[in-house]
Design a binder for this molecule. Structure first.
Ligand SMILES: [Fe+2]
Ligand SMILES: [Fe+2]
Length: 129
């Protein structure tokens, strides 16, 4: 079953909003394997795509914020690290047999969506001033 999609916040920077949409699309693809207990290769594929995309996006954002001299860059990087840690738990669950709990996936999704809505929005306000 699909994990309920929470509305994705928009931060007003086109390239980054596009990346966020892609990131959530990766989560949706992974959600297709929740509770299936089968389709290990496909779940692994979806998980790998999510890992790659998170890394690509976080590096892009951290570079972008460094270029703009964002004063809260260190705190932002620490937040990204916390999300990476949550994601690592999801990776373990997938590698453990390809079955993902809906609870864990929802948690990771919450972390990502609320990070976009709070911390990402905050830097967007700074950059656009
Ligand atoms: Fe972001
Ligand atoms: Fe971020």
């Amino acid at each position: 079953m699909m994990v309920e999609a929470k509305t994705l916040p928009v931060i007003g920077i086109r390239e980054i909003d596009d990346q966020h949409a892609q990131l959530v699309a990766c989560l949706d693809r992974l959600a297709l394997w929740v509770g299936k207990g089968q389709g290990f290769a496909a779940a692994l594929d979806a998980m790998q795509a999510l890992n790659d995309y998170v890394e690509t996006h976080f590096s892009y954002e951290e570079r972008f914020l460094a270029e703009h001299g964002y004063p809260k860059l260190d705190a932002h990087i620490a937040e990204h690290q916390r999300i990476r840690d949550e994601l690592a738990k999801l990776n373990i669950a997938v590698l453990d047999g390809g079955d993902i709990s809906e609870e864990l996936l929802t948690l990771v999704r919450e972390w990502i969506v609320s990070h976009i809505g709070v911390e990402d929005r905050e830097y967007a306000d700074f950059v656009e001033r």
